[in-house]
Design a protein around this ligand. Structure first.
Ligand code: IMP
Length: 197
C-alpha cells in the first residue's frame, strides 16, 4: 500500500469520527485509486422526512466550497414495529434527548419488534460534475436491553437478522463493517469509484 503517486483524494464531510473510521476501513480493504480524507466542514442540516433529501441538501450546501470530489453520509434508525419508523430522520435528536434507555421504554415486546438502519450517501463526483446517491440498509430488531460497548449511537440496542444473537454493540468493527447499512452504501460507492478510477 503506502502512498501512491496517482492516488486521488475524495473528501468525506462529517463531524463524526466513528463514521470516518468505519468508512476508511472499507476504503483501505479495496486498494482504490482514491484516498479518503476527513473534512470537518459545516454543511447545512435540514429536517425533512426523507434521508435522501437531507443528504442532497447537505452536499449541495458545501460542494462548491470543497471544489473536489466529496460526499456526505446520512443515516437513521427506523423502528418499523411498533413505532411506525420512529426515530427515523429524527435519530440524532432523539438519541441526544432520550438515548437508548428512552427508546427501550417505548417498546413492550422487543422480541416482536422490527427495526432497520438506513444509510444514504450523496457524492459530488468532480470529473463528471454530477451528484450520485448510494443507499444501504440492514434489517433486524430491537434488543430487550442495552448490550455491548462497540460502535456508537443505537448500536447496543440493534440486533441484525444476519447475527441474531448479538447487538451491533457486541460486534467487532470488522463484523459490523461486513453487514452494516453504512457498509452496504459504501460498497456501492466503492464499485462506482472502481469503474471511474
Ligand atoms: P447522522 O445524522 O447520519 O449522523 O445519524 C443520525 C443518528 O443515527 C446518529 O446520531 C446516531 O445516533 C444514529 N446512527 C447512525 N448511524 C448509526 C450506526 O451505524 N450505529 C448506531 N447509530 C447510528
Amino acid at each position: 500500500m503506502g502512498n501512491n503517486a496517482h492516488e486521488k483524494k475524495i473528501y468525506l464531510i462529517t463531524g463524526n469520527p466513528h463514521k470516518f473510521e468505519e468508512i476508511n476501513a472499507l476504503f483501505k480493504n479495496h486498494f482504490l485509486n482514491y484516498k479518503l480524507e476527513l473534512k470537518n466542514a459545516h454543511p447545512i442540516e435540514i429536517q425533512a422526512d426523507d434521508l435522501v433529501e437531507v443528504a442532497l441538501f447537505k452536499l449541495n450546501s458545501i460542494k462548491d466550497k470543497i471544489n473536489d470530489s466529496c460526499f456526505v453520509e446520512d443515516a437513521g434508525f427506523f423502528i418499523d414495529h411498533p413505532l411506525q419508523g420512529f426515530p427515523g430522520v429524527y435519530s440524532s435528536h432523539v438519541f441526544k434527548k432520550i438515548g437508548n434507555q428512552g427508546i427501550l421504554k417505548l417498546i413492550d415486546d422487543p422480541s416482536r419488534s422490527r427495526a432497520r438502519f438506513k444509510a444514504v450517501i450523496a457524492l459530488y463526483f468532480k470529473p463528471h460534475d454530477k451528484v450520485y446517491v448510494f443507499e444501504g440498509e440492514v434489517l433486524g430488531k430491537v434488543a430487550a436491553k442495552i448490550r455491548g460497548s462497540q460502535g456508537f449511537g443505537y448500536d447496543p440496542i440493534f440486533i441484525p437478522n444476519a447475527m441474531p444473537h448479538k447487538t451491533f454493540g457486541e460486534l467487532t468493527k470488522e463484523e459490523k463493517n461486513n453487514l452494516s447499512h453504512r457498509a452496504m452504501a459504501i460498497k456501492k460507492l466503492i464499485d462506482f469509484l472502481k469503474k471511474n478510477p
